[in-house]
Design a binder for this molecule. Structure first.
Ligand code: NAI
Length: 332
């Protein structure tokens, strides 16, 4: 097959080429898939996309008009794909449902620890030969209550790590995770109880119409004063302006974000020569107790290998005229 990879990042090309094993003809495009760039896939049979590519109805119509029938997602989430439209057009869509929940879980906990122990501030300070400890007081994670919203593959790993730290783990999900219950016996509670009783709250649900803005003005008001909030799932779970108000009031004591609702077009790319136009992000950067990473929670060698291998397993199935086991249907 001829395959076009959109939003191809420098570091991932080698993993994708290795997984291809010289079977397909691949062209890499560094820009994101949008209405404006879709035509660059002309001549391809399949397209590989990433988290901030636009696979909405209009773009899918354009791909279909170019006889592209396969859309391989090199990621787990599929909130940027109009699945109904894909099904209507006969475009097959497959994702990488699991590549390393550990990678994302470990980054989640890295954010917690870095924020708690003020590692960035401490690091910057000692480089200025300032060895003072003022302002660097953290808290013991041991004994604190950690609320994990969404206990699928990633949330369950986070819950296990936090249990290992000696936290009391509260969980919320529409479906309880039996494996997690057997492993650490967490307490499943309502979302309201999780928000009001946790010292640390970490989000691991997918983004959909039910979870959009699950952290908002009202739910923030339920939280403990000085709560730590971490989001490594999808930016749209959090109303950023409400969170900024919470930070200004001291209600939110620590904020760790690996995802941001307006990250599209910004994250993954070097904008160091540009003037930041996003005032909300600029305000976030002004807080000492906020740490933002650029959607990098997945970024480990293990995860990149797994993502590339599963992406090409999906494409190889289609090239061989078979269904892929990772195809996503509207009902999924
Ligand atoms: P998963 O599908 O294994 O788990 C999601 C969990 O959320 C499931 O247990 C499901 O029952 C639950 N859920 C769904 N709707 C819910 C609702 N309305 N209320 C409460 N719980 C609900 O997914 P996984 O692999 O754990 O990934 C979680 C999210 O992490 C993904 O959707 C994706 O957005 C994000 N992610 C972020 C990455 C990063 O680099 N920052 C990398 C990979 C995933």
């Amino acid at each position: 097959m001829k395959i076009t990879v959109f939003d191809a990042l420098k570091f991932e090309k080698k993993y994708l080429l290795e997984a291809n094993k010289d079977r397909h003809e691949i062209s890499f495009i560094e820009t994101q898939l949008t209405r404006e760039t879709a035509r660059l896939a002309e001549g391809a049979d399949a397209v590989i996309i990433f988290v901030n590519d636009d696979a909405g109805a209009e773009v899918l119509e354009m791909l279909h008009s170019m006889n592209i029938r396969y859309l391989a997602l090199r990621m787990a989430g599929f909130n940027n794909v109009d699945l109904e439209k894909a099904e209507e057009l006969g475009i097959k869509v497959a994702n990488v449902p699991e590549y390393s929940p550990h990678a994302v879980a470990e980054h989640t906990v890295a954010l917690m620890l870095a924020l708690n122990r003020k590692l960035m501030r401490a690091h910057n300070r000692i480089r200025d030969l300032n060895f003072s400890l003022d302002g660097l007081i953290g808290f013991d994670m041991h004994g604190k209550t950690a609320g994990v919203a969404g206990t699928g593959k990633i949330g369950a790993e986070v819950a296990k790590i936090l249990h290992g730290f000696g936290c009391k783990v509260l969980c919320y999900d529409i479906k309880e995770n039996e494996g997690l219950i057997n492993a650490i016996q967490p307490e499943y509670v309502s979302l309201e109880d999780l928000f009001s009783n946790s010292d640390i709250i970490t989000l691991h649900t997918p983004l959909n119409k039910y979870t959009h803005y699950m952290v908002n003005e009202e739910t923030i008001s339920m939280m403990k004063d000085g709560v730590m909030l971490i989001n490594t799932s999808r930016g749209g779970l959090v109303d950023t302006n409400a969170v900024i108000d919470g930070l200004k009031q001291g209600k939110i004591g620590y904020l760790g974000l690996d995802v941001y609702e307006e990250e599209e077009g910004l994250f993954f790319h070097d904008h160091s020569e540009d003037i930041l136009q996003d005032d909300t992000l600029a305000r976030l950067f002004s807080f000492q107790n906020v740490m933002v990473t650029s959607h990098q929670a997945f970024l480990t060698d293990t995860a990149l290998k797994n993502i590339s291998e599963t992406t090409f397993e999906n494409l190889n199935c289609w090239a061989d005229g078979k269904d892929s086991p990772n195809e996503i249907k509207v009902s999924k």
